[in-house]
Design a protein around this ligand. Structure first.
Ligand SMILES: Cc1cc2nc3c(=O)[nH]c(=O)nc-3n(C[C@H](O)[C@H](O)[C@H](O)COP(=O)(O)O)c2cc1C
Length: 333
């Protein structure tokens, strides 16, 4: 096994362990809807559908970016892609860096010919390889949009991680100006705060995925992979570093009413999706909750999506919201 595929296999195994979830909650427990004892709705008529990047979406939920490129990578991606296609929800790919560098064909379209697929590369890879690299990532899967992930803490903890982040914002600006599809910028669990969001908006980014603290902790996962005690000691105070997802959604939304906001990082059920939309998000994304079903089967992923959709529907019913527009102004206590 190569070093990269070993790292990806480690990531999957460790991400499945509850101890690598953030110690601090994403903050959704503090968001309390006013219960509507008189919904005056028929549950089956509650409409959770939306439009994302000009495409119908049955639920405002994206299967979050998870890496391929290891022994289980192909199976995971197949199950996720088939489920995304059938359930009519978007799927974000894991980092395409390895596949592009090794010249591998990423034929996800055979499983998801019509689905909204979002490509993925890291901000530092964009810096190192240029916009052509991002365009190749888009073309290789006919992606509907390109996600650029920013993970400075993860890179610090990771052995041989990227430590030179000078020029990443300029590279993103060039990407927004020249790429053939919209650019989405995300974190991986520390969150994109109002100041970073504004800098991204100023260079032309139209969608931000929050990926705040409260879910998968990459500092914790990478720290478990390093053997040097000295490095672990340095990383120790940063294991729970980051900003809570729920608080960030409202703050980032207040930066711009035009910006597309994707809530992610620690969302764990359909009620969290409802709360994040009420706080100002347009869409939500979950990664880790799909990992176990993705290792099992397409049906298991579909079942997970169904449960999440039903939970969202219940939250909408119990707040008297017949569609997502109504949910966005549902009463909070
Ligand atoms: C196994 C695994 C692999 C991941 N790989 C990537 C990746 O390649 N690119 C990326 O942008 N994010 C990656 N992520 C981060 C997620 O997309 C997400 O931002 C983060 O895990 C927080 O969401 P969660 O709490 O729902 O897991 C990965 C997450 C998991 C669990």
């Amino acid at each position: 096994m190569t070093e990269t595929s070993q790292r990806k296999a480690d990531h999957i195994n460790l991400a499945l362990q509850a101890k690598h979830q953030a110690a601090t909650s994403a903050g959704f427990d503090l968001v309390q809807f006013e219960h509507n004892a008189l919904p005056e709705l028929l549950v089956s008529e509650v409409d959770c559908s939306t439009v994302f990047l000009n495409q119908y979406c049955s639920t405002p939920l994206i299967i979050g970016a998870m890496t391929g490129g290891c022994e289980h990578g192909e199976t995971i991606n197949r199950h996720l892609a088939e489920a995304a296609e059938q359930a009519q929800i978007p799927m974000a790919l894991g980092s395409q860096r390895g596949a592009l560098e090794d010249g591998l064909v990423q034929n996800l379209r055979r499983w998801a010919p019509k689905a909204n697929l979002l490509g993925n590369i890291g901000g530092t890879q964009l810096l190192q390889h240029g916009v052509e690299f991002a365009q190749r990532a888009v073309d290789s899967v006919q992606a509907n949009a390109m996600i650029i992930h920013l993970n400075p803490l993860q890179e610090l903890v990771q052995p041989k991680g990227d430590r030179d982040w000078r020029g990443v914002l300029d590279a993103i600006e060039e990407c927004c100006a020249t790429l053939s599809v919209p650019v989405i910028v995300k974190e991986v669990g520390s969150g994109i705060g109002p100041t970073s969001a504004q800098r991204l908006i100023d260079v032309g980014v139209s969608w931000i995925e929050i990926a705040g603290r409260g879910g998968t902790s990459w500092a914790s996962i990478e720290s478990a992979r390093i053997e040097q005690t000295r490095e672990q000691q340095i990383a120790e105070p940063f294991l729970d570093w980051g900003m809570n997802t729920a608080q960030l959604i409202a703050r980032v939304r207040s930066q711009s009413s035009q910006l597309g906001v994707i809530a992610s990082g620690g969302l764990r059920n359909g009620l969290d999706i409802a709360r994040s939309l009420r706080l100002g998000a347009n869409m939500s994304a979950m990664a880790q909750p799909f990992l176990e079903p993705a290792l099992e089967s397409t049906e298991a992923v579909l079942e997970k999506i169904e449960i999440l959709r039903e939970q969202l529907r219940w939250a909408m019913f119990l707040t008297g919201s017949k569609n997502l527009k109504k949910l966005q102004s549902a009463a909070l206590l």
